[in-house]
Design a binder for this molecule. Structure first.
Ligand SMILES: [Zn+2]
Length: 136
């Protein structure tokens, strides 16, 4: 591992270290709810992050799960939340189920997310007090 302050694409995924594939620089400008994304890395970060296809997909999942969990926490605390909207609630619930499926298909060693965390969130969706009433 080198410690160079600025690296352009090194040909290596920043998450799993694979050198095999097309790499993508992730630009996570909007969060799951369409709001301006509060970046995990500060904008002063001099090291661009490059991810292989599998990790870039999972970074997006990770971001969505984090956003959804934060809104679910707000809802549980009785604060205003994106999830008080039935449409957003359904969309987020669907997204979590999709994430869980995608994680099942990912190799265990390259998971950036713990599938059991996602299942816990899905369970919270099914038991959350104050949830919008969803028909069907
Ligand atoms: Zn990777």
């Amino acid at each position: 591992m080198t410690d160079s302050p600025v690296s352009f694409t090194t040909g290596r995924c920043d998450a799993c270290g694979t050198e095999g594939g097309p790499l993508m620089k992730l630009s996570l400008g909007k969060d799951f709810f369409g709001r301006t994304y509060d970046r995990l890395s500060p904008s002063s970060d001099q090291s661009p992050k490059w991810f292989c296809e599998s990790c870039s997909m999972q970074k997006n999942l990770q971001r969505d799960v984090r956003d959804i969990r934060a809104e679910l926490d707000k809802l549980g605390a009785g604060q205003s939340s994106e999830l008080t909207s039935t449409a957003q609630w359904q969309r987020a619930h669907l997204r979590l189920r999709e994430v869980a499926l995608l994680l099942e298909g990912a190799a265990a060693g390259s998971r950036l997310l713990d599938p059991s965390d996602v299942h816990t969130l899905i369970h919270r969706f099914q038991t959350q007090a104050g949830a919008p009433s969803v028909a069907g």
